[in-house]
Design a protein around this ligand. Sequence first.
Ligand code: 5GP
Ligand code: ZN
Length: 139
Amino acid sequence: MQEKDCLFCRIVRGEIPSCKVYEDEYVYAFLDIAPSFPGHCLVVPKNHCRNILDMDPKEAEHIFGAVQKIAPAVVKAAGAEGFNLIQNNEEAAGQTVFHAHFHIIPRKKGDGMGLWTPGAYASAEEMQETAAKIGSEMR
Ligand code: 5GP
Ligand code: ZN
């Protein structure tokens, strides 16, 4: 199912132009308009869903296969050495377009892009406690 006014549904339908890099029955991939680096692309399910929790499991499986196909091509085309797969869920996490999507960002050593927060844990114990808490939330 698609949504009439969703930006990425409109891109999938071709109502808004995009630089397509890949398409199949379930997935559409195109260049991000404001990339971290050239080649940065977005992989989206053709069916509308707000975030990955909302995604049909079969589609989620399929999209991962598409990422495995697209990412090496992005790396080669960008002359990169690796890539980040980034997926933001909800505003607090930086999601700005509420149609689930994966960012594939080509990376080179020393390119200066930072992802992590140094000193996020006050101690090794706090880190252990956090792992235990996540585990208990899944039981
Ligand atoms: P988010 O912040 O939701 O994880 O990522 C949304 C991404 O969509 C951003 O990186 C932004 O640059 C990209 N974006 C927003 N509008 C458009 C658009 O109209 N066309 C394309 N190609 N990318 C877009
Ligand atoms: Zn949508």
